[in-house]
Design a protein around this ligand. Structure first.
Ligand SMILES: Cc1cc2nc3c(=O)[nH]c(=O)nc-3n(C[C@H](O)[C@H](O)[C@H](O)COP(=O)(O)OP(=O)(O)OC[C@H]3O[C@@H](n4cnc5c(N)ncnc54)[C@H](O)[C@@H]3O)c2cc1C
Length: 519
């Protein structure tokens, strides 16, 4: 096979991963022009997208913007609302008042000074999140992260979205096909044909014949048609670290059309897992992720319905619950030959920090930015992609596990087993040792574009009551002064923003009526 330019991309799968990847590549490589790279997306009418995945990261703003999407249209059509972080309830002691925030804003003065050691001196008076950021207070009051005069995608407080996954796929389909020049085929892929060197030459479909391409993107979800079934790339199972293997998902109605919309994801610890609670404008998305080694589906469902009853009473018994099996882990490599896996085909971890869609965005961005000009350089790009994403999966696994290992809960084997040293990755164990004597900081991590910055580790560690022993040592008075200034600034900002921001519901209503200032 002679070397050739990469001119044609086929994406198999039309869930969120497929459409986000198609949109990012098509926008950057001008799929709607003669000179651009051609992008075709094929999705099966027989296999529905998974239809869950409602929590995102602030990166989504940049991704949508790059694709030329109006934020107003997105909010109106995807039943989207604003997310400013996550509140973890009942993860430390399991008591009713046990809760902490992982906000999306960085601690005040984060580029200049590590406030954690200074906060520890007053840890009995104020929580870490409240001392260094205003966002927990905004979340407590269901406030929005901006005003309706703030332009599209700009923020007063950093934010991501909660969205309806099904509506999001439909919205992206329309945008990608009408504006970005993506060709859409509704058909089932039946077979894969190879070149002599093992590259995929083409795929066969039930009705549309054979489709050739230079690069194939596997977005077939848990089917992993190309990377798994065809190439047999091994799946690295991580269940010995992250135990949860089943999800129960349900849509919950609000009491009234104008009920408050939560500004954050609420994650509440249960006897053998945790419940997510996401507020969209028209409904809540609620689900229970649990370990079937530690409880039964029946008991998990009872806990889920009991949780929902606290807000809507006995109507909770009528709701239809959907069961989704999950296997935590990822492929040994993601880019093999001329095929790259993005989304659930690449792997999946429990949605505790909504890390799946951000990996889709990061994958699509790297494929697009590093698009190999010819087949001969593709293996170099593939290796770099694999190295980068293996590192990222490992860091995400470490960060998710961190939420479990600081628990003081001993009420069930689930929490006790989660703290067993054998289940803690070596890198995380080493970091925990280091953090006994210094607070997490930029230099603890090696990459400039870490998925979770040291600030995220600070929010979780100190939110869960971790103590860094050096906190009592003498500090330079200059640093102390700067720290106090930052604490003061945060208090002032908190007061100002609480007064100046509308509620999430009020802002969504305004956007629906008038729209945001377009850019
Ligand atoms: C319980 C749960 C909760 C989650 N919560 C979050 C969250 O809060 N935040 C987050 O970021 N992520 C979350 N996720 C992950 C998120 O849902 C997925 O990452 C996202 O939806 C992308 O899925 P996908 O597109 O890879 O796969 P899917 O949505 O499953 O799409 C697969 C596509 O492949 C197509 N296909 C399959 N076989 C064929 C074939 N033979 N021929 C042609 N097409 C084919 C299907 O038709 C479909 O279009 C969650 C996942 C689960 C399970």
């Amino acid at each position: 096979m002679v070397d050739h330019q990469i001119r044609k991309i086929v994406i198999v799968g039309g869930g969120t991963a497929g459409w986000l990847t198609a949109g990012v590549i098509a926008a950057e490589h001008l799929a709607n022009s003669e000179q651009g790279i051609s992008v075709t997306l094929i999705e099966s009418p027989d296999v529905s997208p998974i239809g869950v995945g409602e929590g995102t990261w602030p990166t989504m703003r940049g991704t949508l913007r790059k694709m030329g999407i109006s934020e107003t249209d997105f909010i109106r059509e995807c039943d989207a609302s604003f997310k400013q972080g996550a509140k973890f309830a009942k993860w430390v002691t399991g008591a009713e008042d046990d809760a902490y925030y992982h906000p999306l804003v960085l601690p005040q003065g984060y580029e200049q000074i590590n406030l954690a050691p200074f906060w520890q001196e007053q840890a009995d008076k104020v929580s870490f999140a409240d001392a260094v950021s205003f966002q927990g207070h905004l979340c407590d009051q269901h406030l929005a992260p901006k005003q309706n005069t703030t332009p599209e995608y700009a923020h007063v407080a950093n934010y991501a979205y909660h969205l309806d996954a099904g509506k999001f796929s439909t919205f992206l389909t329309k945008h990608c096909t009408e504006k970005l020049g993506v060709t859409h085929i509704l058909d089932h892929v039946t077979d894969i044909n190879s070149h002599d060197n093992g590259d995929i030459r083409s795929i066969n479909t039930k009705m549309s014949g054979e489709l050739e391409a230079d690069l194939f993107v596997d977005c077939t979800g848990f089917n992993a048609l190309l990377i798994g079934k065809h190439y047999q790339i091994p799946f690295i199972n991580k269940r010995h670290i992250l135990f949860n293997d089943t999800a129960l998902a349900v849509h919950v109605p609000y009491e009234t059309e104008q009920s408050p919309i939560a500004s954050h994801t609420i994650s509440t610890g249960q006897s053998a897992g945790w419940i997510w609670d996401i507020g969209l404008p028209s409904r809540r998305g609620v689900g229970h992720v649990f370990s079937s080694d530690h409880t039964t589906v029946e008991h998990a469902e009872t806990e889920l319905r009991d949780y929902i009853k606290q807000s809507i009473g006995d109507k909770a018994d009528e709701l239809k619950v959907r069961k989704i099996p999950i296997v935590p882990g990822h492929r040994q490599v993601f880019w093999h030959k001329n095929c790259v896996a993005v989304g659930l085909s690449a792997g999946f971890l429990e949605p505790l920090e909504a890390s799946a869609l951000v990996l889709v965005e990061l994958s699509a961005a790297m494929i697009s930015e590093q698009m190999p000009a010819t087949r001969s350089v593709m293996d170099i790009v593939a290796k770099r992609f694999n190295d980068k994403f293996l590192y990222r999966w490992d860091r995400i696994i470490d960060f998710l596990k961190l939420h479990y290992i600081l628990t003081k809960r001993t009420d069930t084997d689930y929490w006790v087993d989660n703290c067993d040293k054998k289940t803690i990755p070596e890198d995380l164990r080493q970091l925990m040792e280091l953090w006994r004597y210094h607070s997490p900081w930029h230099s603890d991590f090696t990459q400039i574009d870490e998925v979770f910055p040291s600030a995220s580790y600070q929010y979780v560690l100190y939110g869960m009551g971790f103590k860094t022993e050096s906190a009592g040592t003498q500090r330079r008075s200059l640093d102390k002064q700067l720290a106090m200034e930052n604490f003061r600034k945060n208090q002032q900002l908190t007061q100002k923003l609480i007064k100046g921001l509308p509620t999430n519901r009020a802002l969504i209503n305004k956007i629906r009526q008038f729209g945001l200032q377009r850019i």
